[in-house]
Design a protein around this ligand. Structure first.
Ligand SMILES: O=C(O)CCC(=O)C(=O)O
Length: 275
């Protein structure tokens, strides 16, 4: 759904549009909000991201050294350092993403994961997966409300050519009779309808972590990349990391509240989380 220019500038969605966003998310397990960002800002985030990606790959010994170690060929997932513009408040706690998340998982949610997903040229199909299953491991046959969602912020247009993510709408509420059935989502998905998350840069996609999805082949000649932040109900979020002082100083009280479990450190002491 498209955010209006007035909503984008104000950083607030009108009540009737909020209701549509929430309803769509609850029904489909995902919603794409278009026109959230000005494109110049996203271009600056992408430029900073490319430096992080190059350093990450260098640190790992190059792409060749990662062969067989990534989740799907040429799919790279890593945590960037949290300096602006990658950790600008517009990314870390975008007011529109926060507004929709408040309505979905409560106003005291926290961010426990500050990550990126990149399909490099030549990437393959990831297996169909959920990022998390039922909260109750002994009751996979019961669907429960959303407790965790991922905020995906594309840093380029997402198209079928460059490997836009494939989603299986509604699967966030699909249950299994037993844990064993969770192990073969690939076979279960084979006969399920799916959609590609085609969206332009400037969008935000919110997805219930339980929704089935997969990264796809990138047949373009440039990386297809997105930010991937996980917001969770406060009683669930577990990870505590570190935020550079300069980033913290530039955030509003709202953003600080979202990251309140983290420790603030001097800029030169900040380290990105690793897998
Ligand atoms: O990059 C994508 O499109 C999806 C990535 C993903 O789902 C993962 O790495 O778990």
């Amino acid at each position: 759904m498209k955010i209006t220019d007035e909503e984008r500038i104000a950083g607030v969605i009108a009540p009737e549009n909020l209701e549509i966003a929430v309803r769509t998310f609850k029904d489909a397990g995902m919603v794409i909000l278009e026109n959230v960002y000005d494109l110049e800002f996203i271009a600056s985030v992408r430029a900073a991201y490319e430096i992080e990606l190059a350093e990450y790959l260098k640190d790992k010994g190059g792409l060749e050294a990662l062969k067989g170690k990534t989740f799907g060929t040429n799919h790279i997932g890593f945590f960037p350092r949290m300096f602006a513009p990658l950790a600008d408040e517009r990314i870390a706690a975008n007011p529109i993403a926060v507004q929709v998340s408040n309505a979905l998982i409560g106003g005291d949610f926290t961010c426990s994961f500050y990550h990126t997903n990149t399909a490099l040229p030549g990437s393959g199909y990831q297996p169909v997966h959920r990022d998390t299953g039922s909260l109750f491991e002994d009751a996979p046959h019961v669907a429960h409300p959303t407790t965790s969602l991922v905020v995906n912020i594309p840093l380029c247009d997402f198209t079928e050519e460059n490997g836009s993510t494939e989603y299986y709408p509604g699967t966030h509420l699909i249950v299994s009779d037993n844990p064993e059935q969770e192990k073969n989502l690939e076979a279960r998905a084979a006969n399920m309808p799916s959609v590609r998350a085609n969206m332009s840069a400037g969008s935000i996609a919110l997805r219930d972590l339980r929704g089935w999805h997969r990264g796809m082949p990138n047949n373009a000649d440039y990386p297809r990349t997105m930010m991937a932040l996980i917001y969770q109900r406060s009683w669930l979020a577990y990870y505590v990391g570190n935020i550079p002082q300069s980033t913290w100083d530039n955030w509003s009280e709202t953003a600080r509240n979202v990251y309140r479990r983290n420790t603030v450190v001097e800029d030169n002491e900040h380290v990105a989380r690793t897998w």
